[in-house]
Design a protein around this ligand. Sequence first.
Ligand code: 5RP
Length: 236
Amino acid sequence: MSREMSPIEKAKFVAAKQATEHVESGMKVGLGTGSTAEWFVQCLGEMAREEGLKIKGVPTSKRTGLLAQKVGIEVITLEEAKWLDVTIDGTDEYDSDLTLIKGGGGAHLREKVVATASERMIVIADASKKVEALGAFPLPVEVIPFGLPVTQGLIEETLIGMDVLGREVTLRMKGDVPFVTDEGNFILDLHLKRIANPRQLSLVINQIPGVVENGLFIDICDAVIVGHGDGRVTTR
Ligand code: 5RP
């Protein structure tokens, strides 16, 4: 750490650093996406270099893949790995059941595939990510570009019957054009404010034609390492 960190950055860093303790030489590790996951990739690269550990990483995004290569982690595909020992990733929200909303960085599709192919998924987060009820963070839904208005209309119609507080659906933009995921798809953000039944919502949304995957992670996360601005780390 060559410069003074803000409390939020420090919280992400200490959570990421602690997560490296769950990685041993010979492991195949899923590498998440986002600012917290990037701290983890950097810490893991440093640990592997200093301790001469042999670690193979499966990145959940092109961005993470580039960083992993830069810090000296051997990058392999999920096809090559087949199965992973652990995935370490960030989150946008988590609740007391360790249900997550992910996809703020637009990578939740690959993140869910990689986490599901892992023995364990450990989330790293600053304390602000804990919520009583999920939904203040807009729920990302990855959709294919073909027939976008039809898919969006079906999602809006479906939300009328769901126990949520907000129902606005917006197309995620990058400047003047739609944000495009690593899989070549678009993202619709669902501004639900409060999700009463995440399991039901996830099932219903994923049944809509054109939807590839939503950002709810249910029964996937095993533990959350929470970093605090004063450098403390707690685990859930
Ligand atoms: C990317 C994600 C990220 O894990 C999530 O957005 C958290 O990011 P950050 O660590 O930057 O707060 O799901 O798709």
